[in-house]
Design a protein around this ligand. Structure first.
Ligand SMILES: C[S@@+](CC[C@H](N)C(=O)[O-])C[C@H]1O[C@@H](n2cnc3c(N)ncnc32)[C@H](O)[C@@H]1O
Length: 275
């Protein structure tokens, strides 16, 4: 089948109208990806014939079934970089940048040089922190193999193998180094929570669900970090978990806990300092 760029975009926009809020924009992104060109090229060369239109159709059909754009193209933009992702690895979310910024402030203020990350996923958090602090050493764990493989690839792409060591581990069970801070964006969604199709049908369950209530892994992380005598813990959490976690840390005993909000004004995480 032969189609010009303009015709291909109109066709794709139609196909994506149900699945996407901005069907034309997503059609443009997919066509730019297919052609290996910038979006501007589509407007300048709208009469040009699309090479291998059938392959482009397949990309559009995947997106029309709600597959996330990032899994189709195999990459996600995070801060100023592109990271590889694939099915089985969580697509890093913009709100995680807040967790990184707050943690970076502690690392700087406290002159921290050794940290651990729980649940490395694509490597987004560890890679950003390693880039911000060239002296920082990070042990990053994940329980699943796919994230560890993809994180390793991303770490190599950014030349950070000297700074970040990956380890397959349940939480920090296999971290015996004297780390001063633990950072984590763990699974924290309740098992029965209804999620959008692009999330629940494609993103890994191990990265999303934290247990029946949702905060079970967060609570275990708090206990593990305390048991290992680590001073700082920075975590992302669900918008409705502030209260139960406050009650929990009151029982556990911490020097301080500060909750933070995301850009939508929802409770999104906390920083704990242990005595
Ligand atoms: C929400 S994702 C976060 C990924 C990445 N850090 C990010 O922010 O984009 C949670 C990650 O924790 C991992 N995970 C789940 N349970 C775990 C456990 N018990 N121990 C270590 N990692 C775990 C998942 O495989 C997943 O990669």
């Amino acid at each position: 089948m032969k189609k010009s760029i303009k015709e291909a975009l109109n066709w794709a926009k139609e196909q994506l109208s149900e699945a996407c809020e901005r069907p034309l924009f997503e059609a443009e992104l997919l066509l730019s990806y297919h052609l290996g060109k910038e979006r501007i090229y589509l407007f300048l060369q709208e009469k040009e014939e699309v090479n291998d239109f059938e392959a482009f159709m397949k990309l559009v059909e995947r997106r029309a079934k709600h597959e996330p754009y990032e899994y189709i193209t195999g990459k996600v933009s995070f801060y100023d970089i592109n990271l590889a992702v694939e099915e089985g690895v969580l697509i890093p979310r913009p709100e995680t940048e807040i967790l990184i910024e707050l943690t970076a402030q502690i690392i700087q203020k406290e002159h921290i040089t050794q940290i651990a990350e729980i649940g490395v996923g694509s490597g987004a958090i560890s890679i950003m922190l390693a880039r911000m602090f060239p002296q920082l050493k990070i042990v990053a764990t994940d329980i699943c193999e796919a994230p560890l493989r993809v994180a390793q690839k991303n770490i190599e792409t950014f030349g950070l193998t000297e700074q970040i060591e990956l380890r397959q581990s349940n939480l920090i069970d296999k971290v015996s180094e004297p780390v001063e801070l633990v950072i984590s964006n763990p699974p924290y969604i309740a098992e029965d929570c209804l999620l959008a199709s692009n999330v629940v049908d494609y993103e890994p369950k191990e990265a999303l669900f934290g247990g029946r209530v949702g905060d079970e892994l967060l609570k275990q992380i708090i206990l593990d970090v305390k048991d290992k005598g680590i001073k700082w813990l920075a975590c992302e959490m669900g918008y409705d978990q502030k209260e139960p976690l406050q009650v929990f840390v009151n029982e556990v005993g911490v020097e301080s806990i500060e909750f933070y909000k995301d850009l939508a004004g929802l409770d999104r995480g906390f920083i704990i300092k242990f005595p």
